[in-house]
Design a protein around this ligand. Sequence first.
Ligand SMILES: NC(=O)c1ccc[n+]([C@@H]2O[C@H](COP(=O)([O-])OP(=O)(O)OC[C@H]3O[C@@H](n4cnc5c(N)ncnc54)[C@H](O)[C@@H]3O)[C@@H](O)[C@H]2O)c1
Length: 242
Amino acid sequence: MNFLGKTILVTGSASGIGRSCAELLLEHGASVVGLDVNQSSLTNEHYRHYTIDIRYEPKVTDALDEIEALYGKIDGLANCAGVYASSKPFYELDIDEWNKVISTNLTGLFILTKHAAKKMIKNNMGTIVNVSCIRSRIFRPDMADYAASKGGVVALTSAMALDLQQFNIRVNSVAPGFTYTGMTAKSFDNPEVRDFSEKIIPAGKIALSVDIAKVILFLLSEMANYINGETIFVDGGFKISK
Ligand SMILES: NC(=O)c1ccc[n+]([C@@H]2O[C@H](COP(=O)([O-])OP(=O)(O)OC[C@H]3O[C@@H](n4cnc5c(N)ncnc54)[C@H](O)[C@@H]3O)[C@@H](O)[C@H]2O)c1
């Protein structure tokens, strides 16, 4: 995969899957623009970071205008920013807890992608990859806010793909399974949780963030030029074992 001369935006680039995605894209020659509510420790001459909350549309449009002016075009977008569930049954969730998860995982992704897509449309090309989750399909208690947001990402991915097809822009998503990142380190550093998780994953191990990033790069690349509107589960066989 060669991303030389390509400008790729990565949200959630300060940690986990987004960070791995940014690093892997840099290794493959891309210029990477990271957008994250947190600062990034990633230093590379081809990496530029925006400390920004993707939920605030005026900040997003300002940043994207600046990026377009600096780089001339946006070739790709990986939407990796996200937050975890409030971890309560849905009937105990207050509206602020519900809104926090939905506004980040679904509405923030919509805002960023809407404005990035408008810039891609001008060049009649682009690729977008969203990050969903196995919890869009396989459920467990106390995850209603997260499951709704990630199911929404799967549906939004296909809907966006149809809207953008005429502009030569593809939109796909990945649905990771259990992955060791900033979001999950506390759980997976607990040996009991780790052992239990590894037992229920057919692959027998928890993914590293780079395992997910590799598939995101594939979907962003020309290698995936005939895949559109699709969600690929990257879960070590977890979904098919259920
Ligand atoms: N780790 C897993 O097991 C797992 C499994 C399935 C899906 N996912 C999804 O993968 C994506 C990446 O998660 P991760 O595991 O790498 O977690 P992470 O916490 O390591 O990284 C998420 C990043 O998103 C950023 N972020 C959060 N809210 C933001 C906002 N409003 N604006 C801008 N940036 C924001 C955070 O600052 C953080 O750097 C998320 O969408 C998550 O739901 C993770």
